[in-house]
Design a binder for this molecule. Structure first.
Ligand code: NAD
Length: 694
């Protein structure tokens, strides 16, 4: 008995229902269940036609991701064999499609002889998003059914299309508003005795096919520079146009297998798995009861507080926004209103939606206004004294069971929790700037943070559409702690001979949207300067000024002052090399007694990226991050790390840890080298054992 496919009959029609929740992923049980049920229908003389259907929410979402990388994915029948069984059925098969019909799911539907869909069903071939092309005849069938232009859009873009929009194409024999299965049964009865149509027999006769393909090639070449898959999607469809069925299918297969081996697809599949893994914590039971979060407080309406507020009101959660003065409150509210206004102008938001969201904010100057909220996010100045004042007041007014969260970037969350009589209710919710845009949320787990506070925070992250990664307490948590090493490596390169332009352009060549010095100018150099001065003061030592400090001493804070590492023309953001910076750098080198040397782009990438990797390995060994892939998720979503590299830890695996180790040893052995170049013990042991972070 196969439980993944249920068969019932109505008259002379067999109705095969796929049942592999949640999305009818085409795992082994479902694949063999479909073949068995199709075979059984062949040998039953009472059956004249077959309907294949799924659930209301999914005909099939495609490959079963839970099977990825397990032996099951390789066991017969594979998807192509399933499609062959369906297509070669001597009795017509009608697909009844509701909900998602994606990837292998759409390929399965296209192997059926007829298709009926609910108007809102979502049909698509999203493989390109994993750096692949559809690998089971999708690129050959779709252009035969919807035409070359629509097929190119769907396969190259990867976005699903509503069935209603595909009505009238040969892909869908009928589109209905309800009763999909009934409509499919009616069609099955109607066609039972007709000759069976096959997609493979269709010819592509469009006059403009070649022109569409040439156009797509040019478009894709210009936009998908780090990724081979989009162009390969075009090539596979070109093969469908040019070649007979069998040869087209072989071309698709060859491209698919080559892409499976490409580092870009491996990186994208790694990211997909990493983001799923990040939402689960090994020591947090999946059934942990959640606290209800129906209203929120935000303390501080500055850069971060404003963006954080927008996240909550976008998700329909009312926010009490507290500031120290009416002026600060007005300023923060005006910024929020301006942000929504620009969305309205761009047509992304309706005016009534803006009004509805702004209406969810209750401005406040008194802590008493927070008495009823379920959670508070504090986003005041980054000073432990200010945090203490705020948390003591929160502790005094918040109801029992409320969650107290801090958006601190670096400060000790355990100390902050200690300012309250309820440290178990305190957690870090570290948003990234701009908080209404960036997808990452670092959830900082304090020593005392209760499991249900953590679980509630993770559920809340999902509600406000963030990707959450849990971090332990240390200076800078996962992301900023690593960033400090990256920044130090970049500055070190300037000291020994590189220019800011050379460092930025090497890292941009690696794939980062912006090198560290352009990024510094954008963010403002004064922030790091203040932090370094504070840390020096805390450690009782005088700050040894580096070039960045010298720039700040000269009033060069970056774009906001018109100059930093670069200079900027009024109103423009284009960085221009500045001899004044060169002079400051030269003076620094002289003071350090350094004769400048040549620095290659390769050395820049190695030092900056391996600095991240080495600190990542320490973070992992200390348990600050639960998995290497969590670190990748942080860097990809919070720091603009290039997707096609899969994250710093994944990149190190791709390079080979033995190679990373060799480079680190070389850097560590240089005279006067910073001790942080010493290879992290975890990296050392993995490399020596021939292992990887993954
Ligand atoms: P900001 O200076 O823009 O805003 C801070 C706001 O807090 C100001 O509007 C101020 O009036 C208000 N404030 C100060 N003391 C207060 C008090 N006692 N009660 C109520 N309001 C008070 O600062 P920001 O950049 O938004 O940073 C806020 C926090 O977020 C800091 O802890 C910072 O480390 C963290 N953070 C900042 C970024 C970033 O990129 N700016 C990113 C992540 C986290």
């Amino acid at each position: 008995m196969n439980t993944a496919v249920h068969t019932r009959t109505q008259g002379s029609v067999a109705i095969l229902s796929m049942d592999n929740p949640p999305v009818n992923g085409l795992g082994l049980a479902l694949r063999s269940g479909i073949v068995a049920a199709i075979d059984a229908a062949q040998s039953d003389p009472a059956i004249r036609a077959i309907v294949l259907t799924g659930s209301d929410s999914a005909f099939s979402g495609g490959a079963d991701v839970r099977e990825f990388g397990t032996p099951k994915s390789g066991i017969a029948p594979n998807l192509l064999a399933v499609l062959a069984a369906v297509e070669e059925s001597a009795k017509p098969v009608v697909a009844a499609i509701s909900g998602n019909c994606l990837g292998g799911g759409l390929e399965l539907a296209m192997a059926c002889h007829y298709r009926v869909a609910h108007a809102k069903a979502a049909l698509g071939l999203p493989e390109v998003k994993l750096g692949l092309i559809p690998g089971a005849s999708g690129t050959q069938r779709l252009p035969r059914l919807v035409g070359v232009e629509t097929a190119l859009n769907m396969v190259v873009g990867g976005a699903p299309v509503a069935a209603a929009k595909l009505a009238g194409t040969a892909l869908l024999d009928a589109v209905v508003e309800d009763g999909v299965v009934y409509a499919a049964i009616a069609l099955a009865e109607e066609v039972a005795d007709r000759p069976i149509p096959q997609v493979r027999a269709r010819r592509i006769t469009e006059a403009n096919a070649e022109a569409f393909i040439a156009f797509a090639r040019n478009m894709v070449a210009a936009t998908a520079k780090h990724f081979p898959a989009p162009l390969k999607c075009v090539e596979a469809i070109a093969a469908a146009v040019k070649l007979p069925w069998d040869q087209g299918l072989a071309a698709e297969r060859e491209i698919f297998l080559a892409l499976m081996q490409s580092p870009q697809s491996r990186a994208l599949r790694h990211i997909f798995a990493a983001e799923r893994a990040a939402s689960k914590l090994p020591d947090l039971p999946a059934d942990t009861a959640l606290r209800s979060i129906a209203s929120v407080g935000v303390i501080g309406a500055g850069t971060m507080g404003g963006g954080i507020t927008m996240n909550f009101i976008n998700a329909g959660l009312p926010v009490v926004l507290l500031e120290t003065s009416q002026a600060a409150l007005d300023k923060g509210l005006a910024t929020i209103a301006r942000n929504y206004e620009s969305s309205v102008k761009k047509g992304k938001l309706k005016p009534e939606q803006r009004d509805q969201r702004l209406g969810l904010i209750t401005p406040a100057l008194e802590y008493a206004a927070l008495a009823k909220v379920d959670l508070v996010v504090e986003a005041v100045f980054e000073s432990i004294d200010v945090k203490e004042t705020v948390f003591r007041q929160l502790d005094a007014v918040l109801k029992p069971g409320a969650i107290l969260a801090s958006n601190t970037s670096y400060l000790d969350l355990n100390r902050i929790a200690g300012f309250t009589r309820r440290p178990a209710d305190v957690v870090g919710l570290h948003f990234f700037s701009p908080a209404n845009v960036m997808r990452l949320l670092e959830i900082v787990r304090g020593e005392a943070t209760a499991p249900d506070v953590l679980a509630t925070s993770m559920a809340l992250a999902k509600k406000i559409k963030k990707i959450a990664v849990v971090a332990g307490v240390c200076d800078g948590f996962i992301g900023n702690r690593m960033l400090a090493r990256y920044g130090a490596a970049a500055s070190g390169l300037i000291d020994v001979g590189a220019t800011p332009q050379a460092v930025d352009s090497a890292l941009q060549g690696f794939g980062l949207a912006m090198g560290p010095f352009r990024m510094g100018d954008l963010a403002g150099l004064d922030i790091g300067w203040a932090t370094r001065k504070r840390r020096a003061a805390e450690s009782g030592q005088a700050l040894k000024p580096g070039v960045a400090d010298r720039l700040c001493e000269a009033g060069r804070f970056g774009q906001k002052t018109g100059s930093g590492w670069y200079r900027y023309e009024a109103g423009k953001r284009e960085p221009i090399a500045d001899p004044a910076t060169d002079a400051i750098i030269a003076a620094q080198r002289q003071a350090l007694g350094i004769t400048p040397r040549q620095v290659s782009a390769e050395e820049v990438v190695q030092r900056c990226i391996y600095a991240l990797v080495n600190e990542g390995a320490r973070i992992l060994a200390e348990g600050i991050a639960a998995r290497a892939s969590d670190i990748d998720v942080v860097y990809l979503n919070g720091y603009g790390f290039p997707q096609h590299r899969g994250g710093p830890m994944r990149y190190a695996d791709e390079v080979g840890l033995a190679n990373v180790l060799r480079a680190l040893r070389r850097f560590a052995a240089e005279p006067g080298a910073d001790p942080s170049w010493q290879p992290a013990p975890l990296l050392l042991s993995l490399a020596e054992a021939g292992k990887s972070f993954t």
